[in-house]
Design a protein around this ligand. Structure first.
Ligand code: FES
Ligand code: MG
Length: 603
């Protein structure tokens, strides 16, 4: 059993490889006056932070993302105490500070809007305060990429610690596992067809969230934290430990210890977040059956560290690999079983044994390579972490589609259900292609208002969601996975969905999403009309409206492009003006110029 997350390395107790960054605040030999000004408030805290700072010990920030507003990450308020103990034990000085809250399910219009805001504010904190290293307390969906993006930009030694998934949820009669998030999608269908009432809907949701922690399915939270580990930015074996387990606290302590040595060794995000590391993470994303939000977030982290990564890389590296982890939404189990089966190291080891981990020698925060980290690991439950030769699904990654509709949109073909395949993808001459007339919705509100009242939606229709991208909705809504009208649901019919928004990682609908450019940025989705025929060929990676270039030109000239609702807050407006498309990570365009700024800081 994996009980240690960290073995002391040769660096422990040695002098730092480079002068501490915090020296510029607290040990300015030329100007003791400035040291005095910087220091006096810290001396005033009553817990000797100032004294420790003067001893030239690494100062380690703890980026706290837990709060009452961010309940998925709230357990970090406790875990941070263990992190502090670890930092102190290794000879560092902890300084904990709050991050802008990001709550996936509670923030309107979407938590995604706040990822870049949290990123920006953390960059300012990391750059402008006397921090030598940083512990990133991650968990809920957008907290992980927001913090990683900031660590990439500033490029001081950094390590991720996620809060851990919730314990398993069970149905009231204990017969079924209730996975967080996924239950909502099941219940929506049951509610729409009158099989459950509103109280049963809410009760079902509650049973799926039985403890502290982030979502216990392979939604965006579990995905992004697994990928932080796969990138090499979290201790091996850490991401899958359930929040409520004893090992989670031990891991917090080990993480606190390790960051102090990362500072001494001067092992920075730029040493770890290489193209090789991203390719390893893409391979792992397929193997775990990861969320469709992952390409957006990893492409963003890559942009901030200066690595070229796009959705073609995801298709090239990830598509052909099998899904090895049998947990919801694609599979049967939840994160407790996943952890007991070995978590990410067992998955990486399975890839490694089959020569499918692209870069085994990539370096990680443990100070060792991925292959050294996971050597000897093996699945302890083959029902949950499957044998490479007996996977949950073959070709489990994302395909990257292109055509006149958009330059990039991804699809997770592994969640296509047999009934959908039968209905849409079973033409023997053209097994992976389908076409049909479109029905268009301008944003989620339009969809909800009209889905059951719009005549002409048939079993042959393709549903289009537009105006849901980064500019259109600000932040891009998780709405592309649209249910068909209730009468089609009753017949068990699923319709293809295409859109410029996103989709929840806990949802198993085979939608074509993250379309870039979006309607609000001039994409052709904005000029489509009801009844236009769209043809998708998954094999050729193409998605086109059957319109001639002349017709497209005429439409562009005749129709104003879709702009979406008015901005309601200052940040929404600024966000819309500065944001890149989903395929480009939805980053702040101007922010990409500022790479690795700690190395060039003119204090
Ligand atoms: Fe926060 Fe899923 S809603 S982790
Ligand atoms: Mg989500």
């Amino acid at each position: 059993e994996r009980t240690t997350f960290y073995q002391p390395t040769a660096a422990e107790g040695i002098e730092a490889a480079v002068p501490l960054r915090s020296k510029k605040w607290f040990n300015d030999e030329e100007d003791p006056g400035m040291t005095g000004i910087y220091l006096e408030r810290y001396l005033n805290d009553g817990v000797t932070l100032g004294e420790l700072a003067l001893q030239n010990k690494p100062i380690i920030g703890i980026a706290q993302t837990g709060s009452d507003l961010a309940p998925c990450n709230r357990h970090h308020l406790q875990l941070a105490k263990r992190v502090r103990d670890g930092i102190l034990a290794a000879g560092g000085t902890p300084m904990e500070f709050p991050c802008h809250p990001i709550q996936e399910t509670g923030k309107r219009p979407t938590a995604m809007l706040d990822r870049n805001l949290s990123y920006l504010s953390l960059v300012e904190v990391l750059y402008g305060y006397p921090l030598d290293g940083i512990v990133l307390l991650t968990g809920c969906d957008k907290t992980t990429p927001a913090l990683l993006m900031a660590a990439a930009t500033v490029n001081i030694p950094a390590i991720c610690l996620n809060v851990g998934p919730m314990l398993n949820g069970y149905s009231g009669d204990n017969t079924r596992l209730m996975g967080s998030g996924s239950v909502a999608w099941d219940n929506r269908a049951l509610y729409a067809t009158g099989q459950i009432d509103a109280a049963q809907f809410v009760q079902g949701m509650a049973t799926s969230a039985p403890s502290i922690g982030h979502c216990n399915t392979m939604g965006t939270a579990s995905t992004m934290n697994a990928l932080a580990e796969a990138l090499g930015m979290a201790l091996p074996g850490s991401s899958a430990i359930p929040a409520a387990y004893r090992e989670r606290g031990a891991c917090a302590y080990a993480t606190g210890r390790r960051i102090v040595d990362l500072v001494r060794e001067d092992l920075k995000p730029s040493d770890i977040l290489t193209k090789e590391a991203f390719e390893n993470a893409i391979a792992c994303c397929t193997a775990i059956g990861g969320s469709t939000n992952a390409p957006i977030h990893l492409n963003a982290v890559a942009k901030h560290i200066g690595v070229a990564l796009d959705c073609d890389d995801w298709d090239r590296v990830g598509y052909e690999l099998p899904v090895l982890v049998n947990i919801k939404p694609a599979g049967q189990y939840l994160c407790e079983e996943y952890y007991r089966a070995g978590g990410l190291p067992a998955v990486q080891a399975e890839l490694l044994r089959n020569n499918k981990l692209p870069h085994p020698s990539a370096v990680t925060v443990s100070g060792r390579s991925v292959s050294d980290n996971v050597k000897g690991d093996v699945s302890r439950d083959r029902r949950v972490i499957l044998d490479f030769d007996k996977p949950l699904t073959q070709k489990g990654g994302f395909i990257n589609l292109k055509g006149n509709l958009f330059d990039s949109a991804i699809m997770k073909t592994s969640v296509i259900k047999p009934a959908f395949r039968e209905r849409w993808l079973s033409n023997p001459d053209d097994p992976m292609a389908f076409e049909g007339p479109v029905v268009i919705f301008d944003g989620p509100e339009d969809y909800h208002a009209r889905i059951d009242k719009t005549p002409g939606i048939t079993e042959k229709s393709i549903l289009i969601m537009r105006g849901a991208g980064p500019q259109g909705y600000p932040g891009a809504a998780e709405v592309v996975n649209m249910l068909p009208p209730a009468e089609l649901i009753q017949q068990g019919i699923e319709l293809p969905c295409i859109g410029d928004g996103r989709q929840s990682g806990t949802c198993g609908t085979p939608a074509i999403l993250n379309a870039s450019p979006e309607a609000a940025d001039g994409g052709l989705l904005g000029y489509l009309k009801d009844g236009d025929v769209v043809r998708v060929d998954l094999l050729k990676r193409s998605a086109n409206a059957e319109l001639t270039p002349e017709e497209i030109k005429e439409r562009r000239a005749a129709m104003p492009s879709y702009k979406g609702p008015k901005s309601q807050t200052p940040w929404q407006k600024m966000f819309r003006e500065s944001v890149a498309q989903l395929a480009d990570g939805m980053v702040i365009k101007e922010a990409v110029e500022f790479q690795r700024i700690a190395q060039t800081m003119p204090i």
